[in-house]
Design a protein around this ligand. Sequence first.
Ligand SMILES: Nc1ncnc2c1ncn2[C@@H]1O[C@H](COP(=O)(O)OP(=O)(O)O)[C@@H](O)[C@H]1O
Ligand SMILES: [Mg+2]
Length: 242
Amino acid sequence: MALVLMSGLRGGVGTTTLVANLAMTLAALGHQAVVLAFDQRSTIGMHFGLDPSQPLPGFAAPASATGPINGVRLLDLAQQAGSGDLGEGLASGDFGFAGDVIHIADLSGAMASAASQLRPYADLELCVFTPSAECLYTVPAALDELPTDVGFVLNRCDDAKRLGRHVGSFARALLGDRMVATVQADEAVCEAAAMMQALARHAPASAALADIAELANRLASLPTLPRHPGSAANPISRSNAA
Ligand SMILES: Nc1ncnc2c1ncn2[C@@H]1O[C@H](COP(=O)(O)OP(=O)(O)O)[C@@H](O)[C@H]1O
Ligand SMILES: [Mg+2]
């Protein structure tokens, strides 16, 4: 597994939060994890306790400047994606995803061109959404636009709420095998962010963290297989899970 793309069906669904915690969980499991940030105003640093005035290292930064923080290297590629340098770097092989390092691209708040530049190199693509009427309303357009093997992650799932239950079960029926994971709504996630602390440190028993850990384990156990464009199944869909 080398490159995982994570985008949100809409803004504010928790994509950056999941990217940060997936990367930290993978690092805690002993994997080398790198987060690629594509939002000009990325909040990824917050989850790692970085001061907001502290810029993330960019494309040309030496490895020593990119961390790791909590075992994860952070790299800001927003500017390169906008200028086309990323596409050129990828095409020329200057920037690649070979080896054991797991790269997770946070595409929330990114220009659509970032996803299209990265897609040919990605092993896996996940789209995060929440059990809201707005997300459900947007799913059909996303199913038309996104490649058929993109998996969906339902975040902020809350079965104690009637609307959450109904929207959740409707989404499951609509998406079938393409729903690859659910992450529970958990106040500890917001609290950890507000304290600029890693969720695992702030609330090790967090229900959301347990769900994120399950997804991280499934990502880590994926064989390094090239993505097959046009494939109907996401490689970590539940039906494929052991
Ligand atoms: N599982 C969760 N439970 C509760 N709150 C969450 C969860 N995941 C994310 N959040 C909250 O949702 C808000 C948006 O998260 P963020 O990661 O910035 O979204 P995005 O990157 O999609 O814009 C934040 O306040 C975050 O703390
Ligand atoms: Mg974000």
